[in-house]
Write a protein that binds this ligand. Sequence first.
Ligand code: SF4
Ligand code: SF4
Length: 233
Amino acid sequence: MGLFVDKYPDVAYEEKLRLWEEVKADERFPSYLYGCYECGICVAACPSARFYDFSPRKIAQAAAREDIELIYEQMNDDVWNCSQCFSCNRCPRQNSPGGLITILREVAVNNGLKSAQQALEGYSRIVYKIMGTGTQVSPDMLQPDAFPDWGPDVKRVSDELDLWRRALPPETLHTTKTGWHVSEQTLIELYLIWYNTGVMDMIANVDEGLNLILSDVMEEMLEEAGYDMDEYY
Ligand code: SF4
Ligand code: SF4
């Protein structure tokens, strides 16, 4: 039994255990968790911990303790607050709470958990934007401290953000074109990666309609580039 009140008593312990075994079976898992000092460095580095009731330390600790009920709760709730910036990788124990969260999310999506569908409902537009254009970075998202791992250019641009705001029409601040240009060749490579690694199947698990819309866009571009889409089904 875990130390916390079980928020999902209707789900059988065996099912929660099955999902946890799936997480542990992921080949990335051993390199994401080595134990936890409880030092809190990951929390200090985590932008999501500033805005949500969320802690990468709790994710690492629950995994290290194999607290099945808490892990199931985190898989349904907490993991969707992570922005996957991997600032927590500065863990002195070499853990990657963000990496653990990647696996937890993938298991939640691959198993069609209702919470995964609900969590991703509001992101259809973003997913569509990322997969249609290869990016979702728009100038108004750039802030010097929020994502330190994005490198020095973000600080340079964000230092002048007031100037950018006055210089650019407001609508372009929300678009990706002024934030980051992705070439057609890069998009094609991304599409091939997404088909080959099962990303499209994951999207179908949580949003079949979005999968159909995206498939139309992606298949058209891939076929124009000479790829035979029959090989991908
Ligand atoms: S990857 Fe997630 S848990 Fe890690 S620092 Fe970023 S938002 Fe926080
Ligand atoms: S930084 Fe690493 S060791 Fe410290 S609390 Fe976070 S996961 Fe645990």
